[in-house]
Write a protein that binds this ligand. Structure first.
Ligand SMILES: C[S@@+](CC[C@H](N)C(=O)[O-])C[C@H]1O[C@@H](n2cnc3c(N)ncnc32)[C@H](O)[C@@H]1O
Length: 271
């Protein structure tokens, strides 16, 4: 059966296109650094700014093993391993994202501390109590089976381990405007309210220790983010598709009209 979420994201030959675009910009792709890729590998709200804020909330260290669920092309995995010295495993349901994540990570010489594999967030192949931190950015809105998603996070996290996540939630203004960055059609989107997100989190043995509504910050940087997207030929378009600027514009309009909200949260797995 075809998976409509994979169809939405799949983009063959992405890795080669990214390397060619970076070369055109004068970047030496034989010695890539994670920061050379920030404009294209942070496929989530507020890009690298959001990643840095989320990392500050969990304070990773070199003893930790982090699982990045829905890792995309691996931007946050590389950021975490490079800046904090931790080990990272990334899983994603989209094959071309995982292939690109592996290629870019090898080019950054970080493949000895990061591994990537295709996998479904609702059916993780990992043992119980394995990870110190589970990391997620802009993924849950693509997941219909929320109960399985939160169960798997709780099962694979160590007791006292942290689940850190940034996500869109459904606002109180009704259905958002499509196409959106995570869904060109309504049937690809499974947004729930902040209240329901909290219920799923706490209902699966995860104690919420941070919960911040970031909607104002998202709107504050939206015009600049959109301009960067339109101008940069070696930017997020290469990963998210040529139509990402119009999808992002719809996301901003949806937020202004109260259809969607944005949160960053951290929860601790109870013993
Ligand atoms: C908006 S992108 C975010 C990618 C990445 N987290 C980032 O911030 O750059 C959403 C990602 O979630 C992945 N995804 C969606 N549903 C998934 C599932 N059931 N299991 C694993 N990954 C999934 C998609 O393939 C895509 O890479």
């Amino acid at each position: 059966m075809t998976n409509i979420i994979v169809e939405h994201y799949e983009k063959p030959n992405m890795g080669e296109a990214i390397l060619a675009a970076l070369k055109m910009k004068g970047i030496d792709v034989t010695r890539l650094k994670p920061e050379n890729l920030y404009a294209l590998d942070q496929f989530h709200t507020r890009g690298i700014v959001g990643t840095k804020e989320q990392a500050n909330l969990v304070k990773p260290n070199e003893t930790m093993h982090i699982l990045d669920i829905g890792c995309g092309v691996g931007g946050s995995a590389r950021y975490l391993a490079w800046n904090y010295g931790c080990r990272v495993t990334g899983i994603d349901i989209t094959k071309s994202f995982i292939e690109t994540a592996k290629l870019l990570t090898k080019k950054c010489s970080l493949d000895h501390v990061i591994d990537f594999e295709e996998g479904d967030a609702t059916d993780l192949r990992f043992d119980n109590d394995k990870f110190d931190v589970i990391w997620c950015q802009n993924v849950s809105m693509n997941i219909e089976k929320k109960d399985l998603f939160y169960k798997e996070i709780s099962r694979t996290l160590k007791p006292d381990g942290r689940f850190a996540s940034s996500e869109y939630a459904l606002g109180h203004g009704g259905s958002p405007y499509y196409p959106l960055p995570w869904a060109r059609r309504r049937q690809e989107s499974f947004l729930i309210s902040q209240e329901d997100m909290r219920l799923y989190t706490e209902g699966n043995g995860l104690e919420i220790i941070e919960w911040v509504d970031k909607s104002k910050q998202v709107l504050a940087i939206a015009p600049r983010a959109l301009k960067n997207l339109e101008d940069d030929e070696a930017g997020l378009k290469l990963v998210a598709g040529e139509d990402i600027a119009s999808r992002m514009s719809n996301s901003t309009k949806s937020m202004i009209d109260g259809h969607i909200e944005n949160i960053m949260m951290v929860a601790k797995k109870q013993r």
